[in-house]
Write a protein that binds this ligand. Structure first.
Ligand code: ZN
Length: 158
């Protein structure tokens, strides 16, 4: 499970974290991600099928998808913002989300996932305002985030 992060992956992570830090208001976010990377709390599992997940022990685990050819640095940055948001959620929220989903017959993880998707969306909107010349890239990522939420959880991200 653990083990060294391959050099190319670490380099890409550092670049994505630097990109996050270049967006006004996200300096502290980038700093805490940088600390996590140094502390070994960002992990890479080459065989993982999920894009990424956040663990209860305060770690972010990434699979190969955000590093695949065709994936953008902004996509990796957005993923890191999303997963770090989960680390700020009360661990019980996952359970609450599950039972709320069962009770309302909606997707069981929608309540838990929605604010993390929203955090990523907010970051991408701020990025778009900061770097209007990169609008094509940020529009593409925004579309991907919104469609992923909609197709996974059956509701629109507001
Ligand atoms: Zn999530």
């Amino acid at each position: 499970m653990s083990g060294e992060i391959p050099g190319a992956v670490r380099e890409r992570l550092s670049q994505a974290i630097a990109l996050i830090g270049s967006v006004p208001g996200y300096e502290a976010e980038a700093e805490s991600l940088r600390e996590m990377l140094v502390a070994g709390r960002i992990r890479y599992v080459a065989t993982m099928e999920d894009r990424a997940h956040a663990g209860l022990l305060g770690t972010i685990t990434l699979g190969p998808e955000p590093f695949a050819p065709g994936g953008t640095l902004l996509g990796l940055a957005e993923t890191l913002v999303h997963e770090r948001f989960h680390l700020t959620q009360n661990p019980l929220e996952k359970t609450v989300s599950f039972w709320a989903g069962v009770a309302t017959k909606s997707d069981v993880m929608a309540r838990y996932e929605k604010p993390a998707y929203q955090a990523a969306e907010n970051f991408l909107r701020r990025f778009a305002q900061t770097f209007p010349a990169l609008a094509t890239e940020s529009d593409t990522e925004l579309f991907a985030v919104r469609s992923s939420f909609e197709s996974s959880y059956g509701e629109v991200l507001s």
